[in-house]
Design a protein around this ligand. Sequence first.
Ligand code: SF4
Length: 365
Amino acid sequence: MIPPSDVFDLEGFQRALLDWYRVHARPLPWRRTTDPYAIWVSEVMLQQTRVDTVLSYYRRFLDIFPNVASLADAAETQVLKAWEGLGYYGRARNLHRTAKILCERYGGIFPDNEPGLRSLPGIGNYIVAAVLSFAFGKPFAVLDGNVLRVLARLFSIDRAVNDAKARSFFQQTAQMLLPSVNSDLHNQAMMELGALVCTPKHPRCMECPVDRFCTSRRADLVDRYPIREAPRKVPTRRMVIVVLVRRDGRMLLIKRPSEGLLGGLWEFPNAEIDAAMSFEEGMRRLCASMECGSTLSRSRPVGSVRHAYTHFKVAAEVFQVDLVEEPNGIRVMEFCDWLDRNRMDHYPLSKLTHKVLRLIGKEDR
Ligand code: SF4
């Protein structure tokens, strides 16, 4: 919590922060609008993704889907294609689902209240506060990673910023800092301070507009904050990936189920294998499962790819298999397609799939 008013000059803090923000704010496109749709899209993209990366995606996404109705009318494949490369594809599927609900139940208009927003898929505390603050000017404190870090340092908070149980404590602290007017600018300023000055490494305390309010700076304890719980060890999964190539050069891609990790994206046939199995054996079994064993004319290892997801890493060996004829097992598969490289550009592909394409020389490095 923030210290009592005889110790902490709340108005002085708010003024210093806002004065600094008015001079130093980056001209980010989502700050020039109060359209809840554009703000919602930007905030969903900004979760787990850097501003630099989001900029081009945000502009392109709004070009393709300029409003809720255009997003609701799109096919899921089109939405995933526009999202391709941003990762965390559940975000894109939730955007799409929410746009449909907004059109069906709310006439395409965003609710301007907490219960209405919370009832929508993929909209949690952060997005609720961001939309209510930035689109509707309501006094909701926005708490992202930057704000958590600033708060932890400002008040030397001895609770871990990644501890879910400490969330409400940080949220209340942020809420207490919020001014009654310009609360939206205050929220932007807190985030901007964390992004530009109170950075994760080497914070620029000498340039900080609120250094005189900062307890960890005064106590020379900036390096101690924020406190984090040690991350869990991320396991590595071994996989084989098989690029099946027909005589006409087309390659087989399979669509992942709509729900779950990378849902709705297209990828080469693959399988996870346990530690005891060789990659060659894994490749043979995968090919056998698609009944392409007898049609193999050549199979060869083409190299390794690595990829890191949030909760696990992938270490995969890639094999190219040149086929004499189409395997029997594939004919009964529902969501698969034989594609040449140009046609693949119309399908949403995972980053791992792009890495495989680079490995087999089908994509620029
Ligand atoms: Fe962060 Fe340093 Fe400013 Fe404190 S003085 S808020 S640690 S940049």
